[in-house]
Design a protein around this ligand. Sequence first.
Ligand SMILES: NC(=O)c1ccc[n+]([C@@H]2O[C@H](COP(=O)([O-])OP(=O)(O)OC[C@H]3O[C@@H](n4cnc5c(N)ncnc54)[C@H](OP(=O)(O)O)[C@@H]3O)[C@@H](O)[C@H]2O)c1
Length: 288
Amino acid sequence: MKELRDKVAIVTGASRGLGPYVARALAAEGMRLVVAARSADQLDGVAARLRENGAEAIAVATDVTDSEALERMLATANESFGPADLLVNNAGTVTLCPFGQIGITDIERVVRLNLVSAMILTRLVLPGMLERRRGHVVNMSSLAGIFGPPYDAVYGATKAALVGFTESLRDECRASGVSASVICPSFVEEAGIYHEGRKYRVGKASRIVGTTTPDAVARAVLRAVRHDIPQINVNSMPIRPMAAVARLSPGLARWALRKVDAWRPFRQGAEANLRMGGKLTGLTESPG
Ligand SMILES: NC(=O)c1ccc[n+]([C@@H]2O[C@H](COP(=O)([O-])OP(=O)(O)OC[C@H]3O[C@@H](n4cnc5c(N)ncnc54)[C@H](OP(=O)(O)O)[C@@H]3O)[C@@H](O)[C@H]2O)c1
């Protein structure tokens, strides 16, 4: 979608972390923004700041795991601005818990939040996009969607599934005017889950894996939509060739990642989370 001005964008998970950066970057291109998340006050603040900067924006407090709430959010978006041209499925969370200790309800909750809600929201907007022969869906995956991280298996699985989901959707919609992209950021500094985790003795990501910034992620979203790019891995150069190696030789790639202690932030995050009874990542059941 080359021309973004006056088009309608929905960004989920826009109350804090990376979402507000993505919303701001889209608003700067003249898009009309619908921001969604559960925390109404924070979300209202995000929408208010977008409007202060000259954008048209509304906040719709929504729990994306509730399908009826998704339908209500879309109805409000439709009444205010019209149907969505761009959907950014950004809402998501980590578990940071050894898999043998995670509660069943937390597995279900995180799969629902990270994966199922993105599928349902896409399913709800897609027919309209196809009818209008215009639209783009961006799914926020992660480096963890390319290399499954230990100590966060549920997260890694949902993020890998988002890569597969995007690939399927993209080819299925080919030549329809509708497309899809997936963004895979590495550890993001300055805002978001990893940045918050650093306050709880979670060490810096290894130099090989590298870090990125919320602005770089937001620019990647913009670039993916403008140039219809299937997948953008937003991370430092050293890890990039590893994705290619992993396709040819998964065992070699995993060995190299272990050698550079690539999973340190996940391991230390899980240790911190266990010390806190799961509260660091909002686990509803104490890890047992
Ligand atoms: N930060 C990183 O290093 C990093 C790296 C790679 C990928 N990512 C991905 O980027 C996305 C954003 O991550 P982040 O770091 O910005 O996380 P974050 O700071 O924890 O923010 C998560 C956002 O999702 C929303 N959310 C959570 N549960 C929700 C629900 N049930 N319904 C609606 N919204 C919900 C939160 O708002 P409420 O709590 O108000 O609902 C918040 O706006 C995620 O998909 C994550 O996997 C992040």
